[in-house]
Design a protein around this ligand. Structure first.
Ligand code: SF4
Length: 124
């Protein structure tokens, strides 16, 4: 039986019908090859880039936007959020600075996406 997926690799959002696995993977509804790769990965190891915020100790910048520097397995999202929710940033960071080295054992760093500046928020 075919499974339905929405490809999230671009704004087209193709509705995919996916059946089989590995060598026998069959994908219909994709407008490009990225849809096939997405469907294969989604069936075997679904993962996402995680975007969220962490608390800081700075009253003028209490919440820092962050994201993972790569995708983390969906199965690890709750563990990642638990670790992220326990973070309190205690130095001013710039975009790309590492907040956590290896998020929840995934090996993927969590990085800042905003410039905390010197008391002034600048978003990128
Ligand atoms: S299959 Fe290709 S065109 Fe369709 S949403 Fe995925 S990336 Fe975009």
């Amino acid at each position: 039986m075919a499974k339905e997926l929405i490809c999230i690799q671009c704004p087209q959002g193709c509705r995919l019908q996916v059946s089989g696995r590995g060598e026998g993977l069959k994908v219909r509804g994709n407008k490009c090859a990225r849809g096939i790769a997405y469907a294969g990965k989604e069936l075997t190891n679904p993962s996402r880039t995680l975007t969220t915020t962490v608390r800081t100790c700075f009253p003028d910048f209490p919440v820092l936007p962050v994201r993972t520097r790569g995708e983390v397995p969906l199965a690890r999202i709750f563990a990642c959020m638990e670790e992220i929710n326990a973070v309190r940033v205690e130095r001013r960071l710039r975009p790309g600075d590492v907040v956590l080295d290896r998020l929840a054992g995934t090996g993927v760093p969590l990085i800042a996406t905003a410039d905390m500046g010197e008391g002034k928020a600048v978003y990128h």
